[in-house]
Design a protein around this ligand. Structure first.
Ligand code: SAH
Ligand code: TMP
Ligand code: ZN
Length: 413
């Protein structure tokens, strides 16, 4: 299957095809199994604008709606990350007492609340009603809508232009990216900045983190593809910094072309990306081979443990786990259940494989022999609080960056 690049319309071929996959955050009840949505999950590399992207996409309204399953504040580590992020934005860019900040994809207010507490004029734009409502209930200003060009015009008419627009883990989720960025460009004051974070493509590649590939993740950004994409909208990359969240993310700072001075870091990272072959198709073909090997290793390990009669559960019903479970063909015979602290996911089933999701109490009541750490990006937080599992001879299994049983309480990344 060939597609048109969503950025520059050049034909793009998949370098990795997972076959038919469900929507990753669509946890379901047993009566919904028969009508489950699926699509062809495949990813390609545009040799023209260097954007790595999905070949086929799910629709925005199918993914983001009144029952969106992901609540950002389920991780304490992420709460701290966003408190620090907001503080940095305030210190560097919200220096005027009348400053106005807009956040795209504000979810349950994990970032926004830090501005609200400081009395900073703010607006979140969040289409998923249930998560937006959590922030609204705490008196944050949230527009329950998708952010596109028309939304930006509406905000300008009602509130004026923004000093800062920020976004985390959402700028890769929107297929009509040009409408979003033309909206950002017109909503931003002349000296304003757009700051966004997203899992970094090089981390995905080097850690063989293929589980980052699922329907919500339409674009997989590198500094190169960000630079090329934003240039179309008169926005220039002026700074970046690597972040130790979601398995390795990049924070990008953009400004209207010629308005602010770019740091050395941008050029340095562009050179580094060329060194590691970010602009070469063969880099992605090698990744696809690593993914196939990782699948085989995980399957071998699970089959071996099951043949010894071991009990295995999953930890963290992450969207990411949908790709691993369904691509590897793991079933409820392999994984008894997945433990997750999100009430909206508990007592439902995972998409595709239909593995039951249970509250942590189930895990505490009768520890299994092994737990596959599907929320590997939260390893430190989870392992710190689940020490009793290890004291009861439980062992963690990780698959990023390598498939392995963790002999120590520390796995990885
Ligand atoms: N920023 C949060 C949430 C990331 S999940 C965090 O980093 O934890 C992505 C969020 O973006 C979801 O809450 C989803 O509803 C929202 N979203 C999806 N498309 C959007 C759009 N076009 N405009 C604004 N928000 C969007
Ligand atoms: P994420 O990797 O997309 O952030 O999703 C993390 C999932 O793991 C989310 O469903 C919440 C869950 N989780 C737990 O169950 N316990 C925890 O301690 C943490 C940090 C997350
Ligand atoms: Zn392209």
């Amino acid at each position: 299957m060939t597609a048109e690049c969503l950025v520059c319309k050049t034909p793009v071929e998949p370098f990795l095809d997972f076959g038919q996959m469900p929507s990753a955050n669509a946890y379901l009840t047993a009566d919904e199994f028969a009508n489950e949505y699926s699509f062809n999950l495949a990813v390609g590399f545009c040799e023209e604008c260097l954007m790595v992207q999905l070949i086929d996409t799910n629709s925005a309204t199918n993914m983001f709606h009144q029952d969106y399953a992901f609540y950002s504040s389920t991780s304490k580590h992420m709460q701290q990350h966003f408190a620090d992020f907001a503080k940095t934005i305030q210190r560097d860019y919200l220096t005027d007492k009348d400053s106005f900040v807009v956040e795209i994809g504000s979810n349950d207010g994990i970032m926004l609340k830090n501005f609200a507490i400081e009395g900073i004029s703010h607006l979140g734009v969040e289409p998923s009603h249930n998560v937006a409502q959590v922030a609204i209930a705490q008196n944050m200003d949230v527009l329950v809508d998708f952010f596109y060009q028309a939304t930006a015009e509406k905000i300008i008419a009602e509130r004026g232009k923004a000093d800062v627009i920020c976004a985390a883990n959402v700028i890769g989720h929107i297929s009509d990216i040009h409408s979003v960025l033309s909206g950002v460009s017109c909503l931003l004051k002349p000296k304003g900045v757009f700051i966004f974070e997203h899992p970094y493509l090089i981390d995905n590649l080097t850690k063989t983190a293929y589980d980052q590939i699922y329907d919500e993740h339409i674009f997989y950004y590198s500094v190169h593809s960000v630079k090329n994409l934003f240039k179309v909208h008169g926005l220039e990359l002026i700074d970046l910094s690597h972040q130790n969240v979601h398995g390795g993310s990049m924070r990008y700072v953009l400004a209207h072309e010629g308005e602010l001075t770019a740091t050395e870091t941008v050029m340095q990272q562009l050179s580094f990306e060329v060194e590691v072959g970010i602009d070469q198709l063969k880099t992605y073909q090698q990744f696809a081979q690593n993914v196939a090997r990782s699948k085989q290793e995980l399957l071998n390990l699970v089959r071996e443990l099951k043949s010894q009669g071991k009990r295995i559960v999953g930890y963290g019903a992450t969207a990411k786990s949908s790709t691993v479970i369904n691509y590897c063909g793991l079933t409820p015979d392999d994984i008894d259940y997945i433990v997750d602290n999100t009430p909206a996911k508990q007592n439902k089933y995972t998409p595709g494989a239909h593995i039951p999701i249970k509250a942590p109490e189930e895990f505490y009541a009768d520890y299994p022999d092994y737990a596959i750490l599907f929320a590997w990006n939260h390893a430190n937080e989870i392992m710190a609080k689940e020490q009793e599992f290890v004291q009861n001879d439980g062992q963690w299994i990780s698959f990023v960056p390598q498939v392995k049983i963790c002999l120590e309480n520390i796995c990885l990344v």
